[in-house]
Design a binder for this molecule. Sequence first.
Ligand code: UD1
Ligand code: UDP
Length: 388
Amino acid sequence: MKKVMPIYGTRPEAIKMAPIVKALDASPDFECVVTVTGQHREMLDQVNELFGITPDFDLNIIEPRQTLNTVMAKTIAGLDAILESEKPDAVIVQGDTTTSTAGGIAAFYRGIPVVHAEAGLRSFDIFSPFPEEANRKMTSQISSLHLAPTSVSRGNLLREAIAEDDVYVTGNTVIDALFDVVELAVPFTDPALQEIAQKVAEGTQLVVITTHRRENQGDAMHGVGRAIKRLAETHPDVLFLLPAHRNPVVREAVLPYLEGLANVTVTEPMPYGEFTHALSLSTVVLTDSGGVQEEAPSLGKPVLVMRENTERPEAVEAGTVRLIGTDEERIFNDVTELLTDKAAYDKMANAVNPYGDGRAAERTVAAIAELLGVGSRLEEFDDGLTRP
Ligand code: UD1
Ligand code: UDP
């Protein structure tokens, strides 16, 4: 039996790692030892709880407003002793957070093979998203196995001279997680959300909003707050739902603009099942999130992305995602267009699945089995795109 250690610490990593943990647990070839850093706390625990995952180790590194260097330093120091005592045959890290890069470095320095899930995403600007573009490039340098979600990300890795045999297209496990929960249409516990669901059933339009990106914090995020206020005032019959990220910097910038607006509901971070239910009820999604850019197209929801660039061009090319930046006027105009122009709306509202078919975790485990000499890979995910 081979010992594999998933290492993760934030909400999106937890959502995307959960299907992998489940698949490792179900395999007779593996012992799965889950280590969380606690870079996030409530938002991480919420996901582990939903998927029934109890971490074996928890570094609990969170402190309010801590710097990236502190996250990096505490993660590497905390993991070192665990890696020494547990001696996993491989670790798996996910995506581009500071936890994931720190986890990769800690394992690499101990001579333990690093498996990188969601490898090869590139915006081609190391300052946007910051620090994620740099994080994922660093992880690519030290990984033994690169699990690319799509052929686009595979192409990015090959152009960086990563050996072709070490790259394998799995699809993104976020689609596995989404398929797992979305059909359940998890009932809302909050009466305010139950009321929204009722109104949507009666034909009211709903805009779901999330924002947190570090490079948008400051003036840009204030602009986002002002744009939502203007939208809510201009479209009093439309509902706006914003589950607020726990980051106090985000809350301080956006929430003051939304006070006293009857058609705007601000909630705590929603449990994944309830959030994906809300996405499925939405008319339009306005976000700067990576994961939401992958999920909403799968549900056929038009997504307006408040960023200048994206490492996820697949759904932009499919027409379901549009990059709009953070200019207040542009946000106002583009959301208004989708709420009022049926032809423009229908053009974007296509269900596309370039990010996965729900079998990414299965492929991930098979690839790890091959890496560790106890199995062989499955057929790759075919995203239907031309291979770059
Ligand atoms: C992190 C990731 C980002 C990812 C995002 C997902 C890095 C550098 N950034 O950004 O890639 O897109 O998570 O949400 O790794 N906080 C809490 N409780 C929580 C979570 C956060 O109180 O459960 C507060 C803390 O004050 C914390 C702050 O939010 O210091 C920021 O958290 P941090 O993980 O540093 O950055 P994010 O912006 O969440
Ligand atoms: N999400 C959630 N509850 C919420 C908001 C988002 O469960 O209230 C999920 C969402 O479905 C997606 C993930 O969190 O899978 C995205 O996390 P986030 O936007 O924090 O990070 P990113 O994907 O940008 O790294």
